[in-house]
Design a protein around this ligand. Sequence first.
Ligand code: ATP
Ligand code: MG
Length: 270
Amino acid sequence: MTKIEIPLDHPRRGSLETREKIIEGHETHVVATAGLLAHGRGEAFDYLIGENTTELAEQASRAAVAAMLSAKHPVISVNGNICSLVPNELVELSEICGAPLEINLFYYRKEREDAIKNALFAAGAKEVLGTHDRPSATIPELSSNRRKVDPDGIGAGDVILVPLEDGDRTEALKALGKFVVTIDLNPMSRTAVYSDITIVDNVIRALPLMVEQAREMKDLPKDDLRLIVEDFDNTNNLATSVHIIMNHLEASIYDIDKMRQKFYAGENKQ
Ligand code: ATP
Ligand code: MG
C-alpha cells in the first residue's frame, strides 16, 4: 500500500490526502487508471476555484438535495472515483433520500465492480444496483458498455445524481428525459453544462455537505422543495462559477508577486 507522511503544515495537505485515497482506490481495483487522470483534471480546477466550497456551490447543493428529496425515484450513480473518496457519505445520502446506489462504470471490469460493491457494503449499504447479476436495460443513445442501466435504478429513476460523469452519458440521460444532478469542478465540461443542477465543487467537500443539508431538509413539504428547485438557474450558476475562477486568477497575479518577494527577501535561506 502506498502511504506517505504529509507534513501537517503542508499548504496542499488536504489535496494530497485526497490523492492518497485515490491511489489506494487504484491499488484495490476500485479506481480505473483513467480515473487517476480524471482526478488530476479535477485537482487543477479545484486549485483554480480556491479549494473551498463557495456560497454558490452551497446553493447549488441545496437545490440538488431538494430535487432528490422531492423526486419519485431518485438514484445515485456510483463510479470508482466517487466510491474511493466518499463511500460513507454515498450510503448516508442514499438512505436519507431513499435513492438506491447503482454502479456504473466507464471502464468495466468484473473485478472493479466487485471491489466497488464490497466497498459500498463495507460502508453500510444494504443494496447495490447495476451489478452483473442484476437485470439490465439499455440506453439506446449510447454504444459503450455504459448503455446498461438497472431497470430498478436509473432505468426507472426520475432524478439521477451523477457525480463525476462523462459528457456522453450525461447527454444520453438527458435524452431519456431524466433530471440530472452532477458534481463537477469544471463548470465548462459537457457534463456540467448539460446537467439540470451542477454543483461546482470537489466531491470530497460536496458529499458531506449534501448529507448535512439532506438531514436538515428531509421533512420540508414537497411543494417547498420543488420551489427551491424551480428557483435554481444553472446557466447563471455556471457563468458565475467561471467568474469566480477568473477573479481567483486575477488575484493570483498579485499573490505570485508577493510570494516571490517573500522568497527572495531571504526567508528561503538557512
Ligand atoms: P465531459 O466529458 O463532461 O466534457 P471531461 O471529458 O473534461 O468532461 P471526464 O474525464 O469525462 O472530463 O470527467 C472527469 C470530470 O470530473 C472533470 O470535469 C473533472 O474536473 C471532474 N472531477 C475530477 N475529480 C473531481 C472531484 N474530486 N470532484 C469534483 N469533480 C471532479
Ligand atoms: Mg469526458
